[in-house]
Design a protein around this ligand. Structure first.
Ligand code: PLP
Length: 471
């Protein structure tokens, strides 16, 4: 399989293989990589997945995307090893909440959020591809929450990778900070910046924009625009739908959404032939997507803090992949539109394109008050604590019109223990920390504090990365 950029000039000239797009993350023209052609699967193919272990389903779903980058037997072993440490034997179990309502629990990985499901696989995949090309890289990222710890867990102790995660000092929860700072691996560097998340992101952009520095350190990223992460996320949609009767039975999903990566993976599963009757995008007060689906204009607002912080986002980067589809896979049209979006804060889109988008998704906005109410209600009725992101999707699922014979699957993206304060304020009880994080508060922390200064951060990275001058 070959991949093209959503902003390509001449598609054929820029098509690249899996290794290249994995390591690059973003295309040089500023676009996002997408498969030139998606594999389409017949009902019998989905039928044959029923009852298989998660790793087997993962191997079958992802195989065409790799295009032979890793030999099949080795890929199968890599997947097996990636999901072995997950604490539920089904890896991504379904839990029934009501006669037609299910939770897809995606918090059984090492850092308790759904990002583990992709990153635990993408980490070893990076390592494998780097070894093949005898290369080493330095991964740099900014995090306001769950991505940092998931990326660190995925890359720790790897000979081929050094990882630096920048976070705003004093502005993330103690659990989130400790998940990054207590990892005893020499290739892991948690860097507290005196500034905001936006400052951290600007520092990362600054490092990538410095061509000399970028090449010297072999900079790379594992953020959610990397196609490999989307690929790994398709798997649990397929596994869940098949477990509830697909392909003979249609299903619906409600997905808590920020950067549009997770819900876009569901959309890809549907394009591959999975019978998804309804796909609901659930957002918090940061509702750029909901406003777009309601009114047909996408205009930038300001980020407001909520109790579901992993969705406190205005620009949903992965939306570009859907837009590319809506404009008939035209690179030039996508490039022009997103250039205009960056310049004016308004994405140009026609009425027909908007209607096509509305036929594919339903979007709902849930504020903090409603989020707390549904957390309390769920606890009262089922004795279950859900995290605030999951609650946003639960509330959205209630609003989705659907046939009662279609099961609704709400995607549970984080464990409630990751957001104890929100759970206490909504339900009045403190969620129990799962055993694997039980001694998180007692472990020694390792971190460095740096000023919000590009030169200072670059000096630190140079001095501590194995590709740096000091190594
Ligand atoms: C990252 C994250 C989201 C948003 O997912 P996107 O793929 O960015 O839309 C939702 N919930 C939790 C808990 C997250 O960590």
């Amino acid at each position: 399989m070959r991949y093209i950029s959503t902003r390509h000039g001449r598609a054929a000239a820029t098509a690249r293989n899996f290794d290249a797009i994995l390591l690059a993350g973003m295309a040089p023209d500023g676009g996002l990589y997408v498969p030139q052609r998606l594999p389409r699967r017949a009902p019998a193919w989905f039928d044959a997945l029923r009852g298989l272990p998660y790793a087997d389903i993962a191997a079958r779903v992802t195989e065409p995307f790799l295009g032979g980058a890793v030999p099949a037997g080795e890929w199968r072993r890599l997947i097996e090893a990636a999901y072995r440490p997950f604490t539920h034997p089904a890896v991504a179990p379904l839990r029934q909440l009501d006669s037609d309502l299910w939770l897809l629990e995606l918090f059984h990985g090492p850092t308790l959020a759904f990002k583990d499901y992709a990153l635990q696989l993408v980490g070893p995949l990076f390592d494998r591809v780097l070894r093949k090309h005898r290369r080493r890289i330095t991964i740099i990222g900014a995090t306001s929450g769950d991505t940092g710890s998931a990326a660190i867990e995925a890359c720790r102790d790897r000979e081929t990778i050094d990882i630096f995660m920048l976070y705003p000092a004093g502005r993330i929860s103690e659990v989130q900070r400790r998940q990054m700072t207590t990892v005893p691996a020499r290739n892991v560097h948690a860097v507290a910046i005196d500034g905001t998340f936006d400052d951290c992101q600007d520092l990362v952009k600054g490092m990538f924009a410095d061509a000399v520095f970028r090449d010297e350190l072999g900079l790379s990223a594992v953020n959610s625009i990397n196609w490999a992460r989307i690929m790994a996320q398709i798997v649990y949609y397929v596994a869940a739908a098949v477990a509830l009767g697909a392909p003979d039975q249609d299903v619906a999903f409600a997905v808590p959404t920020g950067n549009f990566g997770n819900v876009f993976a569901a959309h890809v599963a549907r394009r591959m032939g999975l019978p998804i009757a309804r796909l609901a995008i659930a957002t918090n007060r940061n509702d750029i997507l909901t406003r777009f689906f309601a009114r047909g204009t996408m205009s930038l607002g300001t980020v407001e803090p909520t109790i579901s912080p992993s969705m406190d986002i205005q620009v949903s980067s992965n939306f570009e992949r859907l837009f590319f589809e809506l404009v008939g896979h035209s690179g030039p049209k996508t490039a022009a539109a997103f250039r205009q979006f960056r310049a004016t804060g308004i994405l140009p889109i026609t009425r027909r394109q908007w209607q096509a988008a509305r036929a594919l998704f339903q979007a709902e906005r849930i504020d903090d008050e409603e989020t707390r109410a549904i957390m309390a209600d769920t606890y009262r009725r089922t004795g279950m604590l859900v995290d605030p992101h999951t609650a946003v999707a639960l509330a959205a699922a209630r609003r989705v019109k659907r046939d009662q014979t279609t099961p609704m699957i709400v995607v549970a993206t984080a464990h409630p223990a990751k957001f104890p304060d929100a759970v206490v304020s909504a339900c009045g009880v403190r969620p129990k920390m799962p055993p694997r994080l039980a001694n998180l508060m007692a472990l020694p922390e390792r971190r460095v504090n740096l000023p919000n200064d590009l030169g200072a951060v670059q000096n630190y990275v140079r001095a501590h990365a194995r590709l740096g001058v000091a190594a």
